[in-house]
Design a protein around this ligand. Structure first.
Ligand SMILES: Cc1cc2nc3c(=O)[nH]c(=O)nc-3n(C[C@H](O)[C@H](O)[C@H](O)COP(=O)(O)O)c2cc1C
Length: 333
């Protein structure tokens, strides 16, 4: 699949996720096999007003390439200028968010709001194309709601405008995250789409990846399926290449990757604020492990990295000892 000079066979893409796919998480996913990264979305109005928090989202690290910088908004002048700023900040390509369902964004005509006004959609894409010489890609949904599915019109529109790739979250705006992503659209989109098409929505397992590629996607994009499971990319690639399913990581491996993520996160955000903002990740990395209420409560009180490392190592020792105690059926007391 090609986006300008970027050429990757069946890429596994990490979805743009506000407050999740920040630089440390992107790097971790890349180390675990993600082929193509996207930044969190940056609001074009805030970027052009030089709001530091948004401008920071435009900057990418060399190690992250290839990476798309995602911007959103519906002000044509601001989108054009934001595209220029993102290009100057080092993006490999510019991705336009035309799929955000959040009320305060979509109802004012940004994100998925553009699906209700395809003239505006077109004007925004043209503005971004004017603002950059880099390839421009679009990420969107099937339509506003089930009665206004416009994705096939969007496909024709963006390819005529010269967009380099299209990502579709296979739900409507009205669905938010409810129901299932409708993968049956992959074949229908494939039938009319002449540019690279990245399918997105509910792809979690290696088999999911294969199914979506077999249905005609050029790339697939994984969002929630990578949260606290960054190894999903490696597992998907292994299955695509060999047909073999790798076993899920052991608790030890999960804790190790959690600590790697914590170290990167704390380095990026600083201590203690990075240690605080990392707290929401423990539940995911330790999911399914029994009897961890006490451990989680303790982790929530810790403010530095070292005690967390020590506590998690101790937990692993206790856990493996606990698992070595024979059960009553095995003759234990
Ligand atoms: C916490 C969170 C933040 C998100 N932020 C963005 C964003 O900044 N830009 C975007 O295009 N989509 C965003 N999304 C949507 C995802 O990119 C993706 O389209 C959606 O989660 C469906 O894919 P999944 O089923 O693999 O999670 C976000 C999703 C989540 C869960």
């Amino acid at each position: 699949m090609r986006i300008g000079p970027i050429d990757i066979d069946r890429p596994l893409c990490l979805a743009p996720m506000e407050d999740v796919s920040d630089p440390p998480f992107r790097r971790l996913c890349k180390e675990e096999g993600a082929d193509l990264l996207y930044t969190e979305f940056a609001n074009c109005e805030a970027v052009t007003r030089n709001v530091e928090r948004e401008c920071r989202k435009l900057y990418v690290d060399e190690a992250e390439r290839p990476i798309g910088v995602q911007i959103y908004g519906s002000g044509e002048g601001s989108m054009e200028r934001a595209a220029t700023m993102a290009s100057e900040a080092g993006a490999d390509f510019i991705d336009i968010n035309c799929g955000c369902w959040v009320k305060k964004i979509a109802n004012r005509g940004d994100g998925a709001g553009l699906l209700r006004d395809l003239k505006k959609f077109e004007a925004v894409v043209r503005a971004v194309l004017r603002g950059t010489k880099l390839p421009v890609t679009v990420k969107t949904r099937l339509g506003w709601d089930k009665d206004s599915i416009v994705i096939l019109d969007v496909v024709r529109l963006v390819q005529d405008l010269g967009v380099s790739a299209l990502t579709v979250h296979l739900r409507t705006r009205a669905q938010g995250y409810t129901g299932c992503a409708d993968w049956s659209w992959i074949e229908k989109i494939r039938a009319v789409c002449t540019i690279p098409f990245i399918a997105n929505g509910d792809m979690v397992t290696p088999e999911d990846a294969k199914t979506c590629f077999d249905m005609g996607a050029d790339g697939i994009m994984i969002g929630r399926g990578a949260i606290a499971r960054p190894w999903v990319f490696r597992h998907m690639r292994h299955y695509l290449n060999t047909g073999e399913i790798l076993s899920e990581p052991t608790l030890k491996e999960r804790v190790e990757i959690c600590l790697r993520h914590l170290a990167m996160h704390a380095e990026y955000r600083g201590v203690p604020s990075g240690v605080f903002s990392f707290r929401r990740n423990y539940a995911g990395y330790l999911k399914g492990v029994p009897h961890i209420a006490q451990l989680r409560a303790e982790l929530m009180t810790m403010e530095r990295v070292e005690p967390i490392v020590a506590r998690l190592h101790r937990f692993m020792e206790e856990y493996s000892e606990m698992r070595n105690v024979p059960t009553p059926e095995q003759g234990g007391a």
